[in-house]
Write a protein that binds this ligand. Structure first.
Ligand SMILES: Cc1cc2nc3c(=O)[nH]c(=O)nc-3n(C[C@H](O)[C@H](O)[C@H](O)COP(=O)(O)OP(=O)(O)OC[C@H]3O[C@@H](n4cnc5c(N)ncnc54)[C@H](O)[C@@H]3O)c2cc1C
Length: 405
């Protein structure tokens, strides 16, 4: 059985390994001069390779089509992936939120383990060889690269998503899939910052333990608690990335975003707190009292939204002013204009429709012998190691089933 794996990222490496492990004659095509460029930059260079939690926890972090992944997780669970990487010589550690990293904090050590796995079998790795086209005639796949033409019995497409294109994922797999009659659902950036109309002086400010909410009319569409930051062009940080994945299919013009700066305190308690602060220092300017309650650099933005003058002494703050101060502290409006550039997104949401792929083996329901794995599929997850696990699990299942069937 001759199998081509197109794309040498996380999913392709695992697909090639498992196909070879199951006896296939494997050729892995990678357009770059080396494998796994995206793995290398993942986790800020530390590679959050998976999440050491039950598959059920992983599923609850998958934004689109989690149910499609059951068989893939059965084929290679998070615990099995951890064991596999450690057995290939890279010890791992688990951090906050069950996030798994190499002990060395170097993504290059994950890549070393992956290369070691590949070295166990006599598979062929063709670097600097971009696949340009793919056709099936009879039972045979004809694959043309920029260098040569080849024939294979089966092909596993692992070309990745459409972001960080310098790593090689420029969307070739979508064209191959479409040429075979597959549908590709709308591609949207996910785990990406939001562009907004934010004063420059806020750039670099981090807010911790706040809640960011997105509303459509009166309805709260999404709400995230944790850390965020203001950038030169908008907002980013963990809760903003998560929020982006949850709202990326709704026109942003229909949503309004607000930050609750004091999510643990009710409006009434906050009102009492402000009253106490004002009574304790009646002659102090409002702007000099507020640092007790929020970062100094946020104060003028906040007061502008609350429509209260910064310099008035506390004793001059009217009840109406105070109630507005409370309301805005509980819901500081942030104007969001759009998503940051697609190419800067951590993952692509959307992709080859999973309705046309058998989840038990990752094989096309339209073209026997054609398999898909990784970010190319219409599956995406939140941060925490889930996206890499999806790539590894789907790659592993596709390789195994392609070799065995
Ligand atoms: C900055 C950043 C940080 C991230 N950090 C994490 C993290 O810490 N944890 C986590 O779980 N996820 C993380 N992710 C997401 C995760 O890295 C990806 O979801 C995952 O790598 C996708 O793997 P893949 O194999 O499907 O695609 P890719 O890794 O994109 O691999 C696709 C490969 O196919 C090759 N290719 C494409 N077209 C062709 C062609 N025509 N011929 C030959 N080769 C081709 C490409 O060169 C590439 O090497 C991060 C993503 C980014 C961008």
């Amino acid at each position: 059985m001759r199998i081509a794996v197109v794309g040498g990222g996380a999913s392709g490496i695992m697909a090639a390994y498992s196909a070879a492990e199951n006896g296939a004659e494997v050729t892995l095509f990678e357009r770059n001069e080396k494998l796994g460029k995206k793995v290398y930059i993942s986790g800020k260079g530390r590679c959050n390779v998976t999440n050491d939690s039950d598959p059920a926890v992983h599923m609850s972090n998958v934004v689109r089509n989690g149910r499609f992944l059951f068989s893939a997780y059965k084929a290679l669970s998070p615990k099995e992936l951890i064991a596999c990487i450690e057995s290939a010589g890279t010890p791992l550690k688990t951090e906050r939120g069950d996030r798994v990293f190499p002990v060395s904090d170097k993504s290059s050590d994950i890549l070393s383990a992956l290369r070691r796995l590949l070295s166990y079998y006599p598979l062929e790795i063709k670097l600097n060889e971009r696949v340009l086209s793919l056709e099936k005639k009879g039972d045979v796949f004809f694959l043309r690269t920029e260098k040569e033409g080849y024939t294979f019995d089966k092909v596993i497409l692992c070309t990745g998503g459409f972001t960080y294109q310098a790593t090689g994922s420029t969307g070739d797999g979508y064209s191959f899939a479409r040429a075979f009659g597959h549908s590709v659902t709308e591609l949207c950036p996910a785990l990406v910052g939001l562009r907004g109309d934010i004063p420059v002086e806020l750039a670099g400010l981090t807010l911790k333990n706040v809640t960011l909410s997105a509303r459509k009319g009166e309805n709260v569409i999404a709400e995230e608690f944790g850390e965020m930051l203001f950038t030169h062009s908008g907002i980013s940080g963990p809760i903003v990335l998560t929020m982006s994945s949850k709202v990326n299919r709704i026109p942003l013009s229909e949503l309004s975003f607000a930050i609750d700066l004091k999510p643990a305190i009710t409006k009434e308690t906050l009102n009492d707190r402000l009253l106490r602060e004002f009574q304790a220092a009646p002659n102090k300017a409002l702007k000099n009292i507020l640092p007790e309650l929020m970062p100094r650099s946020l104060i003028s933005f906040y007061l502008e939204k609350a429509k209260v003058a910064a310099d008035i002494p506390a004793h001059s703050v009217t009840k109406e002013d105070r109630l507005r101060l409370v309301s805005v502290m509980k819901a500081l409006p942030v104007s969001v204009l759009g998503f940051e550039a697609f190419n800067g997104a951590i993952v692509t949401s959307g992709g080859v429709s999973v309705t046309e792929i058998d989840p038990k083996d990752m094989q096309s329901k339209l073209v026997p012998g054609l398999y898909f794995a990784g970010e190319l599929l219409d599956v995406d997850a939140l941060t925490g190691g889930f996206n890499l696990q999806i790539a590894f699990s789907t790659g592993y299942l596709a390789g195994m089933r392609a070799a065995k069937s």
